[in-house]
Design a protein around this ligand. Structure first.
Ligand code: NDP
Length: 273
């Protein structure tokens, strides 16, 4: 097996945690990055190396990348996975929170990518895997800012692939559907909190409770399905540009492409997610 040096963000929970474990078990050298380093202690048993990283801090990014390059001499794969869903009506969500959403989900990706690219260019090899969402292809009720970041990440990744191809760098986008992680609860909390006492409270609360119910249930896919898709991209010499996987991912993208927009709006408004 071709052993690779991998930097993976958002490794303290959900998809990132599962992916760090899966890739380490395959023999790769995995640096699992997140702010909550304590949450990654248990990953050490699989050989994962936890590293502190706040993707919104340039200083933190500089330190993390320098540490890995010093220790390993290279970074073969960057998995930009850290992210959260800042749900809430546009009227309710402060511009400050909207900026924070962009800072984590898109500018964090950009800052880390810019830091890693010179090393990959020098090696004339590397793979960058960006965990977007089917939420970068369609929009759910009360998810304006989240989707704005994921649509942006889709465009960013496509541009990055064209720019870096000649330097031997591959770029893939992972588009998960519904995956059973704390993500849904965090998004629902934001939605309830932002709507309190406002004009959208009734609908927002109903939607948030629906989201919680979905993420508590067993319909969602397990994070391992995304870990496996990421692993396929890591292994491949010519990875797919997009991996659309997980609960309802393909049917929803297909419906969005073919249904009249207002019909799709009705489905989303009643789907609670
Ligand atoms: P989780 O909430 O389980 O994990 C989110 C991860 O992001 C955590 O490890 C968290 O680490 C990290 N993170 C958040 N903010 C920062 C920050 N400022 N700096 C560094 N790390 C940060 O959610 P998922 O595993 O589900 O989400 C992973 C990715 O998958 C996200 O980009 C999400 O948008 C995407 N996704 C998820 C779907 C789902 O249904 N679950 C569907 C589609 C896409 P810490 O707080 O310790 O820093």
């Amino acid at each position: 097996m071709n052993k690779k040096v991998i930097l993976l963000t958002g490794a303290s929970s959900g998809i990132g945690y599962e992916t760090a474990e899966f890739l380490a078990k395959q023999g790769h050298i995995v640096y699992g990055a997140a702010r909550r380093v304590d949450q990654m202690e248990s990953l050490k048993q699989f050989g994962v190396k936890p590293i502190h990283l706040d993707v919104t801090s340039q200083e933190s990014i500089d330190e993390a990348v320098a540490f890995i390059v010093k220790a390993e001499g290279r970074i073969d794969v960057l998995v930009n996975n850290a992210g959260y869903g800042s749900y809430g009506a546009i009227e309710d969500v402060s511009i400050e929170e909207a900026r924070k959403q962009f800072d984590v989900n898109i500018f964090g990706v950009a800052m880390l990518t810019k830091k890693v690219l010179p090393h990959m260019r020098e090696q004339h090899s590397g793979t960058i895997i960006n965990v977007a969402s089917i939420g970068g292809r369609l929009t759910t009720y009360f998810g304006a800012w989240y989707h704005a970041t994921k649509y942006a990440l889709e465009a960013f990744s496509d541009a990055l692939r064209m720019e870096t191809k000649d330097f031997g760098i591959q770029v893939s986008i992972i588009e998960p559907g519904g995956i059973k992680t704390p993500w849904g609860f965090i998004a629902a909390d934001h939605l309830i909190e932002s709507a309190k006492g406002g004009a959208y409270e009734k609908q927002a609360t109903k939607t948030a409770l629906g989201m919680r119910k979905q993420y508590e249930g067993n319909m969602m896919s397990k994070p391992i399905v995304i870990a496996k898709a990421i692993s396929r991209a890591v292994k491949s010499r010519r990875p797919k540009t997009r991996y659309t996987v997980g609960f309802m991912a393909k049917p929803l993208v297909w419906l969005h492409a073919w249904l009249p927009t207002r019909w799709f709006d009705v489905i989303m408004k009643n789907a609670s997610l």
